[in-house]
Ligand binder design. Structure first.
Ligand code: DGP
Length: 114
């Protein structure tokens, strides 16, 4: 974990968040600036800065994030689908340098990047 990282501080409880899920590997909380009725950030409980930094040592955290996403989506009633987004680096629009997945849904999503 990183002393000054915003999401590490949220995971440690130093900064309050609207937590929706937590296990040994994953912490998930509502985005402060939601882009849809459901907008949850799913983050690994270890400091991986971005997708570029995923490797054989830490990839279990990524797998656990996706296991959590399935559980959270069910709990949030997203049975008709949802979108998972990861922004990586400057060109990808990443603003918080702690790997995270945006779980977005609760409405028919229109804009598609790919
Ligand atoms: P990204 O741009 O992909 O790095 O997404 C960062 C997201 O983090 C952005 O949607 C807003 C959210 N965010 C930033 N600061 C906070 C915070 O203090 N609390 C919560 N809940 N979300 C935050």
């Amino acid at each position: 974990m990183d002393q000054n990282c915003l999401f590490c501080r949220i995971i440690r409880g130093e900064i309050p968040s609207a937590k929706v899920y937590e296990d040994e590997y994953v912490f998930a909380f509502r985005d402060i600036n939601p882009q849809a009725p459901v907008h949850i950030l799913v983050v690994p409980k270890t400091h991986i800065p971005c997708a570029d930094a995923v490797d054989a040592e830490n990839s279990v955290y990524v797998a656990k994030c996706f296991e959590a996403i399935a559980k959270i989506a069910e709990a949030e009633g997203l049975s008709n689908g949802y979108r998972v987004v990861n922004n990586c680096g400057e060109d990808g629009g990443q603003s918080v340098m702690h790997l995270h997945f945006h779980l977005i849904g609760g409405v028919k999503l229109s804009e598609k990047v790919v």
